[in-house]
Write a protein that binds this ligand. Sequence first.
Ligand code: PPS
Length: 298
Amino acid sequence: MDFNEAKNHELVLHKGFNLIKGIHDPDDVDQIYNLEIRDSDVFVLTYPKSGTIWMQQILLLLEAKGDVTAISKLNNYSNADLIPWIEVRGNRQAFITAPSPRLRVTHLPYKFMPPALSQKKGKVIYVARNPKDVLVSYFHFHKLANMLETPKDFNDFFEKFMRGDVFGCSWFDHIKTWFSHKDEMNMLFITYEEMIQDLLAAVERISLFLGKELTDKQLADVVKHSTFSNMKKIPQANYEQVSGDLLNHHQGRFMRKGTIGDWKNHFTVAQNERFDKVFYKEMKDFPLSFYWGIRDIE
Ligand code: PPS
């Protein structure tokens, strides 16, 4: 469908990637490729529902050396105002003149991002999450988000996800492509499940990767204010500032379950078998494995 003809909030395929009309602008997205990258730039890369807000929280806290009051006093701003989406309309222009360090998040695939990243300019943090939990989290988010079509039921959404007929397109393509460029970049590849398993170890890795120097007490504070139970209470991490036009706050909370294995409460046996078949076909050459349940990390 042509972008101009699409209705607001409809998904429109642009160069093989779905954009959301009204949220993204195809010309703006194309211009991201030409951005000049500074060594101090940091991009958090995620497929939707993989822990973006979590990484935003950790980066904000690392910048503030664990002092949560430095963030909470900015209570008119959500985490995404403070570490914005590069692909959202209007944000690219602001990036150009923003002071360093420029911290940004994106769901874009590799081909839209500046090639300078592949010449080891700037830093990239890829956060991956097991795709069954991504699917479930995304299903619930489609009910919460007014800019995404509410699924008829879980099965309807399951089929859409498997076809890549969602914003973010195919989970498999997203992770495989980014991972294949890992060694060309300054990239930290980390999983949501590792962060659940040992948040302090994850925060230490992120801090080291970014060249930050925090004391043990400051690192412990970063961890304390980025646990699920504490983030759940923070309006900025729940997008409570975001208007009802975009998020229907009566449909649930952005910080929903925050665990591993919720897919087991949603998938039928048949859906699971089908998912596994596709997963093993798509990921057979992928060198890393995933944690599928909370018991796997114990
Ligand atoms: S989005 O819309 O793409 O930006 O969503 P994203 O932020 O990537 O992912 C949201 C899911 O991450 C969970 N989350 C957390 N889990 C555990 N601990 C912490 N601290 C945390 N912060 C965010 C959030 O609850 C969403 O997952 P679900 O499964 O829906 O709970």
